[in-house]
Write a protein that binds this ligand. Structure first.
Ligand SMILES: [Fe+2]
Ligand SMILES: [Fe+2]
Length: 244
């Protein structure tokens, strides 16, 4: 299979060094990562040759990315990383960006009405994310850790309040899509996070913060959608098969 036939998700999992390339080109590698590279380039209006060149450069740049190569790590380690790195980032950034919104809207809300819409969308998205993270941390992730422990040990499927792990995963995937849609609307209203020429330092910090938030959420969702959740489904199936 050629690289252009591979899905964006497969390329990102095989080599996490390609993630910044997809981000810089506006290619969706998390919620829409199931598309072959050629199709994803077409959707992002990017030349396939340019994408292949950047991917090759990222792959040869090598080593530092390997520390983020999660496809072979234990699920428990990946969960710990997601909670500390990505959930922690959201909990830290939301209050900081909300305070910046207050300040910027007070001074620029009259002349830049889009800021009001962006704040409303950001508020809705962050509320949904807080509820989402709580479900992951209190229900789904502990269950995944039990699944992994069972597969290494006694082999008995852990008890749960759902018939299959596929159910909470389907819910989490839908919520990721919703967050991705809200972020795409924010990005579009914020002109791809380019502040106006006249923007003050707080305005610039707000847009830079929103851009970091966007990037971090894509990496976060990529780890869950493309690595952790498929692993959970495989673990559950193998434990069921062992029982039969
Ligand atoms: Fe998460
Ligand atoms: Fe999630």
């Amino acid at each position: 299979m050629t690289l252009t036939e591979k899905t964006v998700r497969e390329i990102a999992i095989d080599n996490p060094a390609t993630v910044p390339v997809f981000e810089s080109l506006g290619i969706d590698y998390c919620c829409g990562g199931h598309r072959p590279l050629s199709e994803a380039c077409e959707r992002a209006k990017v030349s396939v040759d340019r994408a292949l060149e950047l991917i090759a450069n990222a792959q040869s740049a090598g080593e530092p990315a390997n520390k983020e190569k999660w496809s072979r790590a234990a699920a428990a380690d990946l969960i710990q990383y997601i909670v500390e790195r990505h959930h922690g980032f959201i909990r830290k950034e939301v209050p900081r960006l909300e305070a910046l919104f207050e300040k910027v809207i007070e001074h620029h809300g009259d002349t830049h009405k889009e800021l009001l819409d962006i704040r409303e969308l950001y508020g809705a998205m962050s509320q949904e994310l807080f509820a989402h993270m709580m479900k992951e941390e209190q229900i789904l992730f502990p269950y995944l850790e039990k699944l992994e422990a069972a597969s290494f040990g006694h082999g008995v499927l852990p008890t749960a309040c759902f018939p299959s792990v596929e159910m909470p995963i389907a819910r989490m995937l839908a919520e990721h899509d919703d967050a991705g849609t809200l972020l795409a609307r924010i990005r579009s209203l914020a002109a791809d996070f380019h502040p106006p020429e006249s923007a003050c330092p707080s305005y610039r910090r707000l847009y830079a913060g929103l851009e970091d938030f966007d990037q971090d959420l894509h990496r976060h969702i990529h780890l869950e959608n493309n690595i952790l959740f498929p692993r959970a489904a495989v673990l559950e199936r193998s434990l069921r098969d062992r029982r039969q």
